[in-house]
Design a protein around this ligand. Structure first.
Ligand SMILES: [Fe+2]
Length: 283
């Protein structure tokens, strides 16, 4: 196994490994690299859904996503990230992730990490970006670090509550009721969370899921959130990925945000499988 740095910002490419067949020592090497680099890219993988699930479970139990209509029929641990249509309906989440976010941060125990595997990619568009939220925290002005110390932020899945990003037209059909129905109650998480494995602090807010700050109205909180989000989303902290078939990217949701860049032309297919690892209560 060879592990090499992906960008100056963060991330690593892991080569010389078949994710369908990793021994316990290999798993430990990958775990170490995961904690060090935050985002790991494995190229040219040919794995079944079962193998994807088995490999993912090395890092914790798996989540079954709340978007029940986007799960694989035979494997509920696999979330379809796809623009394939059946009977005029998308089979998976098609336009998810179009604002910076950390998966499941709207849950009391947000996801530890996710593993996204590319089975079919579009010729144009469909890229994904990740942000290094350790770097975002480390480079905050000292005054801001002191200001956010001990602060908690409110997170929600419900797009209709989120004035920052709003609701795109294609999500409005039946949307309000759907969001109200599937959205769990709002949760509060530290604005700066401590990574349970490395002990490092990462900024833990996102435009997609963070609505406000505890003990203040959401309106009052917007200036601080604006400042934090603007700081975190600078290009120096970004890894930009153009997918190839067989790429599997595993990322840590506790110290990164990610974004679907979209821009896939009509008629081009992008089809991926995601597993999501359960996490614990942020502190
Ligand atoms: Fe996501």
């Amino acid at each position: 196994m060879k592990i090499s740095q992906l960008t100056e910002a963060f991330g690593a490419v892991v080569s010389g490994v078949d994710l369908g067949n990793v021994d316990p020592e290999g798993v430990e090497e990958i775990r170490e690299a995961f904690h060090k680099h935050q985002v790991l890219l494995f190229r040219d993988q040919e794995i079944s859904m079962e193998q994807h699930i088995v490999f993912s479970k090395n890092f914790g139990p798996l989540e079954v996503h709340i978007s029940k209509d986007s799960l694989h029929k035979d494997h509920e641990e696999i979330l379809l990230v796809s623009n394939v249509k059946e009977n005029g309906k998308y089979i998976g989440v098609e336009n998810a992730g179009d604002s910076w976010h950390s998966d499941l941060s709207y849950m009391p125990e947000p996801s530890l990490g996710s593993l996204l595997y590319a089975l079919e990619v579009s010729e144009v568009g469909g890229d994904t970006e990740w942000l290094n939220m350790y770097a975002a925290y480390d480079t905050l002005p000292q005054k801001t670090k002191e200001r956010i110390e001990g602060l908690k932020a409110r997170h929600s899945f419900n797009r209709y509550k989120n004035k920052r990003i709003g609701v795109p037209d294609q999500r409005k059909v039946g949307g309000k009721e759907r969001y109200a129905k599937i959205s769990p109650p709002d949760v509060f998480h530290p604005v700066a969370r401590t990574h349970p494995e490395t002990g490092r602090k990462a900024l833990y807010v996102s435009p997609r899921f963070t609505l406000g700050i505890l003990d203040g109205s959401d309106d009052e909180a917007q200036d601080l959130l604006d400042e934090l989000i603007e700081h975190a989303t600078q290009r120096d902290f970004v890894y930009h990925h153009s997918w190839k078939v067989g790429d599997l990217i595993m990322w840590d949701n506790r110290n990164t945000l990610h974004l679907a860049c979209r821009g896939i032309p009509e008629g081009q297919i992008r089809h991926m499988h995601r597993t999501t690892i359960s996490g614990d209560v942020p502190f």
